[in-house]
Design a protein around this ligand. Sequence first.
Ligand code: MN
Ligand code: MN
Length: 299
Amino acid sequence: MFKRVDRLAIELPIGAHPDPNGASAVQELMGGRFGEMSTLNNYMFQSFNFRGKTKLRAFYDIVASITAEEFGHVELVANTINVMLSGTTSPGDPDSTPLGPTKDLRMSSHFIEAAQSALPYDSMGRPWNGTYVVNSGNLIFDLLHNFFLECGARTHKMRVYEMTDHPTARAMTGYLLVRGGVHILAYAKALEIATGVDVTKMFPIPRLDNSAFDATRKWEAQGEHRRLYTFSDDDYQHIAQIWKGTHPTDGGKLEAFKGLPGYSGPIIDFPDLPEEFAPGISREDLFQIAERLKRSAGL
Ligand code: MN
Ligand code: MN
């Protein structure tokens, strides 16, 4: 089961200006083959379907705990897209064409299918799909795939980082480059223990060094590139059998943490968009809803 927390993985800065085409690029990190929906669903199905949970406990715990972290990454990318789309249009009479500025943007579906918010699509509007999930049932094959998936995810984040300097996108990609690096290393270490092969000899594919990316600095200074969390109150603590030793880049000690990270950010409340008829609840509707809620509470 999952326990949900009404907070974002980090506090997202709100940029002064929208960047709707940048938001389309960020969609790749949501619904692309190597996006957060893919990492979430790959590890989710692998953890549900895992054979030998008792005898292979440490491997199961790694996949299961990273699943929970990826859920928060999907949420963070969705909120980033929503912030980047905010302010693209202004309210107006339908006859004044208030959505006019959107018709030449890259992803019209943000403005027609959705009310200026994230979609489960990639940067070209192709829908995420379940064939992006690889769960062969063979432990080494699945771990190798996860290592490859995280390396692809890192490459795409590095490219999106170079496509938009919108502060919300930079903060999100900076943080996820650091956390994705942790996952690459976690699967590399799991493969080492499962096979005896030194997977770190395959680096760089791409390199885990984040020194070229300013937005990663804050997180590395806090040691986030060396921490793996259980994302659970008491379970999945066998991650510590795999997540130990030193970090290949800076030699710092790897630390397995029980629970969630000690930081988080507020959930963003996005305002009404009358030009999108969203959420489409008027002041009068709200009054009637309040009346019905009172009545059903017996007041
Ligand atoms: Mn992720
Ligand atoms: Mn990951």
